[in-house]
Design a protein around this ligand. Sequence first.
Ligand SMILES: *Cc1c(COP(=O)(O)O)cnc(C)c1O
Length: 439
Amino acid sequence: MQLYSTQHQSPDVSLEEAIFRGLPPDNGLYMPTSIPKLPRTFWDTIENLTLQEIAFEIAHALIGDDVPADDLKELVNKAIDFPAPLVAIEDDTYCLELFHGPSMAFKDFGARFMAALMSYFLQKSAQQIHILVATSGDTGGAVAQGFYQTPNIDVTILYPSGKVSDIQEKQLTTLGENVSALEVEGTFDDCQKLVKQAFLDKELTAQFSLASANSINIARLIPQAFYYVNAYAQLKKKGLANEIVISVPSGNFGNLSAGIMAWRMGMPVKQFIAATNVNKVVPEYLQSGIYQPISPSLSTISNAMDVGNPSNFPRMQALFDNDLEQMQKMLTGYFYTDTETRTAMRVVYERTGYVMCPHTAVAYLGLKDYTQTLENPVTGVFLSTAHYAKFLDVVEEVIGEQAIPERLSALLDKEKQATKISTDYEEFKQTIIAAFSKA
Ligand SMILES: *Cc1c(COP(=O)(O)O)cnc(C)c1O
């Protein structure tokens, strides 16, 4: 597999180099130099394949010989060990549930696959690496769970004290072993600053191999294509694979980029919906052709999508050959306020009994608004990116009932283990050096 930078100012690299570098030196994003189409026979018989089998075929087509087929099969089976079911909600309306992994958000697909790939390459070289991540919530949980007990890798997660939800904090701080949490007395920006400074610290990087688990890593994008194609397989099994519309709740647009990649690989899709909250940069771009970042981003109840300048946008452009008209043909944008989001959560719950997290509700709204504009019925799929219980405050307020599932009350009972630090860089540095030296 060969990857290029979307800025075209740095050399092509192998998969191994792309995943350990994260970002190309010219600050572009790595993209595959070619996106292969899967053969006709694959699509024609896809309903007979499992999610893991589909995942292998896609990964193999993209990755090629960088990971031998037998190793790749093992790696995929280890990383993708939870389902992604398609659940009927209303007539012609299906929810693709992506929250059945360990952190209960779709980011588990990316984090677990990246962990397995990194670990695979490191085993060959018997090297130890140290991952540093700053999180405002969801990413940290998926990375912690994804790298938990992974050989040759330890993870240090920095999170802002008092600024993540109880469930999110417990997901970061109760694992132990190769995962440690630093509770920073500051903001998410302070956490990010400490991590950035560590990567620039020559003394530190001379002694230890540091890596990031950034959301723009190509290893996180590839596995997100798996569940789109698996959704297609599930629809085909039901005889519903003719006119498919897929609505994706979006923030940094990694998820939607992966969907477009699946389409480029040959998956039949009529239309994608880019559904956002009031951080509506992309819906506006699709309307006007003007790309205007929002800074600072606006706070909403779908806070994992509070992104004012989506980092994967250049990938979306690349997938449409940097052609706005091509993009507009396949992609329609909608954005929603918190009031509209809450109303959708309540109405769907009252009508069907199905509870959606706020992000999922945004995708539901986008799907409904788009299908209303059509004369003929289509099969609509909206992506559920997190389990509703991760956003319990909003959910309980909207549906007016206690909604905590058993699996989470067990998590909340576990004991938190975190080291409190200030925003002082030297204190942070001494803390991680002590921890790394033990590892
Ligand atoms: C990260 C996240 C999103 C946004 O996904 P992108 O790939 O950044 O567009 C949506 N919903 C939830 C629950 C998330 O955690």
